[in-house]
Design a protein around this ligand. Sequence first.
Ligand SMILES: Nc1ncnc2c1ncn2[C@@H]1O[C@H](COP(=O)(O)OP(=O)(O)OP(=O)(O)O)[C@@H](O)[C@H]1O
Length: 261
Amino acid sequence: MSATSSSTGSTDTDPVLRTSGLSKEFSGFRAVSDVDLSVAPGTVHALVGPNGAGKTTLFNLLTGFLKPSSGTITIEGHDVTGMRPEQIAQRGVARSFQIASLFEELTLAEHVELALQGRDGTGYRFWRSDKRLRRYAAETGRLLDQVGLGGMSGAPAGSLAYGQKRALELALALALSPRLLLLDEPTAGMGVEDVTRTIELIKRVRADRTIVLVEHNMQVVADLADRVTVLQFGKVLAEGGYQEVRENPDVITAYLGEAVA
Ligand SMILES: Nc1ncnc2c1ncn2[C@@H]1O[C@H](COP(=O)(O)OP(=O)(O)OP(=O)(O)O)[C@@H](O)[C@H]1O
């Protein structure tokens, strides 16, 4: 016997995330069409594809921010189809937060402490919970260190540079101790140095978890992804290792089409 059974009845080689026939229509337009996706435990799985291929829509379906028109989503063997984002989060899934969700005047430490309170279900009552927040000080420090913001815990989020804000978002997602981490374009809008730093950061935090990332930057995909799913027109065009998919003639044609457009 090579795989151990967990309390959910799944094994450690079963997919962490699986979709079957997953589709999303917007007024009759199929943005995601019949997608079968299987994400193996402990892997970094990239979703790529030309503009408008359906990556963000698929990401939003996986995290419960959109409800599928048809098909199913299972996480660690549990059917989560149609569940709300917070119900999916309770299953050990976190997505990267958007910068818009940061509060300019709250410090980095306060952001992380609030995320930790949210994880523990103690609510977000930060205006009367000084004692509670101190409970989280050590964990907060560790998380900020992990994303390279250790020396800045008392700084307001509004004072951070763009790359640092993205690093803080990652710390907020990690605060939920997710087994499955979903990252939507973690390097979007970054300069070369921040991209390199983010790649190293994701390499550090990938231990003991599974990561799905939507990413345009092929260098990032090449460096990080064990498996790549290429989408086009809402459908899976190809899947495999990075080298395998980049040599796939259909993928080359899809990206050339985008370059010409
Ligand atoms: N809420 C919506 N209503 C109608 N159409 C939508 C909606 N959201 C997305 N679409 C359409 O669905 C298709 C897929 O969009 P999506 O944003 O998922 O693609 P993407 O691969 O993430 O693109 P990009 O790389 O440009 O971000 C596009 O044609 C888009 O216009």
